[in-house]
Design a protein around this ligand. Structure first.
Ligand code: ADP
Length: 433
């Protein structure tokens, strides 16, 4: 009997599932676009509906033979639950910056320059709950509260074991992924705000680790085998990286979406706050990278997607336009140039739109090459091959231009969906292969 593996992606606009066989071939795909909800208290029930829907849409003959499931959520989307796993407040989403109000307190707790010092980090959101929220959980000393990430909570709905997370989701909570422990500064800092008998931080495991079997009731409801294992999850961007197929140090994934995001596998962690560079652990390797404000959003300012396709076809990628652009929508970048005052450089502008587009594509390609050079200067290995994700990945002319600047093998990813990466985690059970 063949076993199948489900990866479930909770992204920003919807949930989707991908089911694979042991060879990694996709056998089923389902999705549930999120409705627009005005009341954040409705997210919880909507997520639960989405989770069950994307599983129930999988054809029954696959569903009956599912071996394992892994789920990725959006990074730094968090919940506070009671001991039954029922959220005591609306979740706080990945991009919610209410944590800005606790930045001063956060800076007294975390080491200077730590990546948790950001208004949208999981830790900023937890501290907001502990200090600003008028629910005042400290007034209920006998009731433990569980802090969870979106993927942790969704996994809990299936396996029923409260208080488990993975070290990708927990990085922005302050978990020490090198030493696999909560650091003293975090424990001491939180203890100064609340009794840690009352606030339960999740136990952190390797992403993809089997946690336990699905509960018998949920197995019956979703018509999944009782032996189906629910694995620890990950974040959406790491799941998308895993999906790409990059595996070895030196292999990189560039995401050409609205912004430009670089990710590179390294033997050692590479961190640098000045440039917003930090590293996630992937087994014995490290995934380092950075994000620039340049990217497809600048292209969209000047061209429709149709024009991008038509004009790109008219560009000869082997010749340089000699335009020296730094394409930005507004001033300021952090990586690979850290300068909040950096101005967009888009002059001189030729009359011919094809030439102008060439200048923009070259400008972004130069920033990409500069980004990988910076990562190498800071200790990452030289890049050996580059996979591409995002809306710009399909642009062959751009790939050829980028190859000219990067001078490495450009590889077409077979899979780019985060759900596929999560399905691989379920298949591999926490081993990075
Ligand atoms: P995100 O998820 O970051 O919003 P996507 O990965 O969906 O972005 O990519 C959208 C971006 O891709 C847009 O900014 C658009 O300018 C760019 N894009 C779309 N088609 C092309 C193309 N043929 N060549 C280059 N860029 C493109």
């Amino acid at each position: 009997m063949v076993n199948f593996y489900i990866g479930i992606d909770f992204g920003t606009s919807g949930a989707r599932s991908i089911t694979i066989n042991p060879q990694g071939t996709v056998v089923a795909e389902t999705q549930f676009p999120f409705p627009r909800l005005t009341d954040s208290s409705e997210w919880i029930s909507m997520w639960k509906t989405a989770l069950f829907e994307v599983i129930q849409q999988i054809p029954l003959h696959f569903r009956r033979q599912i071996d394992a499931i892994a789920i990725n959520g959006t990074s730094a989307t968090v919940l506070l639950c009671d001991q039954n796993g029922i959220p005591v407040d609306s979740p706080i989403l990945y991009n919610d910056s209410r944590g800005i109000t606790v930045m001063e307190l956060l800076k007294t707790i975390a080491p200077s320059e730590h990546p948790v010092i950001s208004a949208t980090s999981s830790l900023a959101k937890l501290i907001w709950w502990l200090t600003v929220d008028n629910r005042d959980i400290k007034k209920q000393p006998s009731t433990p509260f569980y802090f969870l990430h979106q993927a942790d909570w969704l996994g809990f709905l299936l396996h029923g074991k409260l208080g488990i997370s993975d070290y990708h989701n927990s990085l922005k909570l302050g978990y020490d992924v090198e030493n696999l422990t909560y650091p003293n500064w975090l424990i001491n800092g939180l203890q100064s705000l609340i009794n840690l008998e009352v606030l339960k931080l999740p136990d952190v495991v390797t992403p993809g680790t089997p946690i336990r079997n699905i509960t018998p009731e949920i197995a019956e409801q979703l018509q999944l085998p009782k032996t189906c294992i629910i694995c620890a999850g990950t974040t959406d961007s790491i799941a998308a990286f895993v999906a790409s197929g990059a595996k070895l140090p030196g292999e990189a994934v560039t995401s050409l979406g609205s912004t430009l995001v670089l990710k590179l596998l390294s033997h050692t962690p590479v961190n640098n706050t000045k440039y917003g560079i930090y590293s996630h652990r992937l087994g014995d390797l490290w995934l380092t990278g950075g994000a620039s404000n340049t990217g497809g959003a600048v292209l969209r300012q000047f061209f429709s997607d149709r024009e991008l396709e038509n004009f790109s076809r008219q560009i000869n990628p082997n010749f340089n336009s000699n335009l020296d652009y730094y394409p930005l929508i507004k001033k300021g970048d952090r990586f690979p140039i850290n300068d909040p005052e950096l101005l967009p450089r888009l002059q001189p502008r030729p009359n011919n739109p094809v030439e102008f587009l060439q200048g923009l594509l070259e400008g972004i390609a130069k920033i990409e090459a500069q980004g990988y050079q910076l990562l190498q200067q800071l200790g990452a290995p030289p890049i050996t091959q580059v996979y591409t994700a995002g809306g710009g990945a399909k642009n062959q002319t751009w790939t050829a231009i980028r190859q000219r600047y990067l001078n490495v093998n450009m590889v077409q990813s077979i899979h780019t969906e985060a759900a596929y990466g999560s399905a691989l985690l379920a298949l591999n059970g926490g081993r990075w292969v």
